[in-house]
Design a protein. Structure first.
Ligand code: DO4
Ligand code: MG
Length: 289
């Protein structure tokens, strides 16, 4: 089952498998409060029984699959590739080795819902940064009962030079306008279906004028990994996040990157970043600075 959120003349509305969820039992509007209260064991049955509205086809623009006050958290250094890249970029190498090996994972608040961009909306690189990368990540959708109910594809857009200068600059390297992309929708799934999902990224760059025949965007980076390469289990990350925090509206958790472009590579304005996690692909262009 696949949930998407759309812009309609009546405001933002959710759809299930391409049909708008307009009417709900007891006149309740479908929203995250309803979705995030559903238990993993009965969610498909309850959603399947909802009255369906009209089919939306391609007609209604997609919005990010979360509501304005939803929190998006992220974990880091969960893959060996991420640990190696951060050790190379930073003077404070041992913090990354220590957190990779520690029982307690790295967790940080990446974004609030209203600041998230969705499929086809532009992402940004900071004006005061010169080394920027996408981080393609599996994003867990966790209900208010702290159970994994689904996933989406995510991009934890990051400034490597700012983080590399000092680990205490992490919030500035990670949290700024249009640095968090999620989508296109939420595919319902339990943890067992996510353990070995493939993750892939492709970055396309327009070729330089004045050679019109070369204007087709060229692939400047391609990488792939699988969730099974992650050092930690999905449950471990959820347990730590929810240890001392309640999420009455549920929460989204980015699970870390296992793909890091080479040090010579930085994203540029005009690039298109295409991230596929399992069955979901999110595509974003990089805005002008
Ligand atoms: O410690 C830095 C953040 C790491 C991160 O975002 C990742 O590994 O995905
Ligand atoms: Mg990350």
């Amino acid at each position: 089952m696949y949930l998407t959120r759309h812009h309609t003349p009546q405001g933002a509305r959710w759809a299930l498998d391409g049909a708008l969820l307009r009417t709900m039992p007891h006149n309740r509007e479908f929203g995250l409060d309803f979705l995030m209260d559903l238990r993993q064991s009965t969610i498909s049955e309850i959603l399947g029984a909802l009255p369906k509205g009209e089919s939306i086809g391609e007609s209604l623009p997609l919005l990010p699959p979360l509501e304005p006050l939803q929190e998006v958290w992220a974990s880091g250094v969960t893959y060996l590739r991420s640990r190696v890249a951060r050790e190379a970029e930073s003077e404070a190498r041992d913090v990354y080795a220590k957190v990779y090996a520690a029982v307690r994972p790295e967790l940080f608040l990446k974004s609030i819902g209203w600041r998230v961009v969705g499929h086809t909306m532009p992402i940004r690189i900071r004006a005061d940064s010169r080394w920027n990368v996408p981080e393609p990540e599996l994003v867990l959708v966790i209900n208010r009962h702290k159970e994994i109910i689904g996933y989406c594809a995510g991009n934890d857009v990051s400034s490597r030079d700012i983080e590399g200068a000092n680990p205490l600059y992490l919030p500035q390297a990670k949290i700024y306008n249009q640095s968090c992309a999620l989508g296109p929708g939420i595919l319902l799934a339990g943890a067992d279906e996510l353990r070995d999902l493939p993750i892939e990224v492709e970055i396309l760059r327009p070729s330089v004028a004045p050679y019109p025949e070369r204007l087709t965007p060229a692939s400047v980076f391609h990488g792939e990994t699988r969730v099974s390469q992650m050092k930690r289990s999905l449950e471990e990350l959820v347990d730590y996040l929810c240890k001392e925090l309640d999420f009455p509206q549920g929460v989204f958790l980015m699970t870390g990157t296992g793909i890091v472009p080479p040090e010579s590579f930085s994203m540029q304005s005009g690039d298109t970043v295409k991230i596929t996690v399992g069955a979901l692909t999110i595509e974003n262009s990089v805005a002008e600075r």
